[in-house]
Design a protein around this ligand. Structure first.
Ligand code: NAG
Length: 335
């Protein structure tokens, strides 16, 4: 018995007790874990440092040379922009109406055009081609007396070509505003029922824009938090701001509209993470209680537009018109 116990006590003194050994083993196995978690922590931190990229919203800004700068200059963001009014604006029929047409809009567009020509026989209509076929394009050219235009997609970052996020809209609105000074942006579901634009003109000349409510929801409910962060905005400011529709609005290229709305709107639309954050979706909204909480749906260009309106007009909506000069063809489904 004593012979047997001797080597045991010897081994434990030269090596270590099983208890200490298992502690050491545990410690050794933990080292890779701690290194790994340290790396993950670092990775997360550097990501966090990258994400809060924001947009500079300072008043006057002159684009710097380079690809983005050239695009902004061509859109009219120059040292002395062509603001409304200019003397040549007085001799032209304003507003100029503008519509962007995709293949799915063609049938509806013929009815749009019918009502447009009844109420606005003399007005110019610019039609942007968002992918209508050659035949349809030729037919529009022959019958509509419109100015048919192609979009210079090659000038824009690739996300602008994704028609689902509508990032093309601020660019085309700006392009036509720079050219014509006063633009009524329209879409194919509109059916005009009045030619009296006096009230709208008055509002838009004063504020730079006259528009209509989009849905009965506040901006905070349809704006992804990353877009808000980009634009230095808090959701709480937008809880009671009724969302306006950029897709049917009368725009005047006034000083305020140019610098406070169009410039930051276009700059935001140039950056995918500003207008369409990676996690943002436009489908599957879930109305929350209270209604101002985020529904899970982001409205892309429209969200940005409304955030900027909020900043410009201190969350009041003097640009909102109640009485429309049109009906919407799909108005039943909307209600
Ligand atoms: C045009 O239609 C809208 C929407 O139905 C209506 O509110 C408005 O009063 C109409 N305007 C005229 C002049 O009939």
């Amino acid at each position: 018995m004593t012979d047997n116990s001797a080597p045991e006590s010897e081994s434990s003194s030269s090596q270590m007790s099983p208890n200490r050994r298992s502690k050491l083993r545990l410690f050794l196995t933990l080292i890779p874990f701690s290194i790994l978690s340290f790396l993950i922590f670092q990775e997360l931190q550097s990501k966090d440092n990258l994400t809060p990229k924001t947009l500079s919203l300072d008043g006057i800004y002159v684009p710097e040379p380079g690809l983005e700068g050239d695009l902004l200059v061509s859109l009219g963001f120059i040292a002395e922009p062509r603001l409304y009014p200019q003397s040549y604006h007085m001799n032209t029929e304003l507003p100029v109406f503008v519509i962007a047409l995709g293949p799915e809009d063609i049938n509806s567009f013929h009815r749009f055009l019918g009502s447009f020509r009844i109420y606005y026989r003399e007005k110019r209509l610019v039609v942007y081609n968002l992918g209508i076929t050659g035949d349809e394009r030729n037919m529009i050219k022959q019958t509509c007396q419109c100015i048919v235009r192609e979009v210079h997609w090659e000038r824009y970052p690739s996300h602008v070509r994704d028609l689902g996020i509508k990032a093309f809209r601020p660019f085309l609105i700006q392009e036509t505003l720079h050219e014509f000074g006063v633009v009524f942006w329209t879409h194919a579901a509109m059916r005009f029922n009045s030619s009296n634009l006096d009230a709208l003109r008055h509002t838009a000349e004063t504020h730079g824009i006259s528009t209509w409510p989009m849905r009965n929801l506040p901006t905070s409910s349809l704006t992804h938090y990353q877009t808000l962060r980009y634009l230095h905005e808090k959701p709480s400011n937008l809880r009671f701001q009724r969302m306006a529709e950029p897709n049917m609005a009368l725009y005047y290229n006034t000083y305020r509209l140019h610098y406070k709305l169009m410039m930051p709107w276009v700059k935001c639309a140039l950056e995918k993470e500003c207008v369409a954050p990676r996690a943002a979706r436009s489908k599957g909204c879930q109305l929350q209680k209270p209604r101002y909480l985020y529904t899970g749906c982001h409205s892309y260009d429209t969200s940005v537009f409304n955030v900027l309106l909020g900043k410009t007009f201190l969350y009041e909506t003097p640009y909102m018109s109640e009485k429309p000069v049109f009906q919407l063809e799909y108005v039943k489904g909307n209600a």
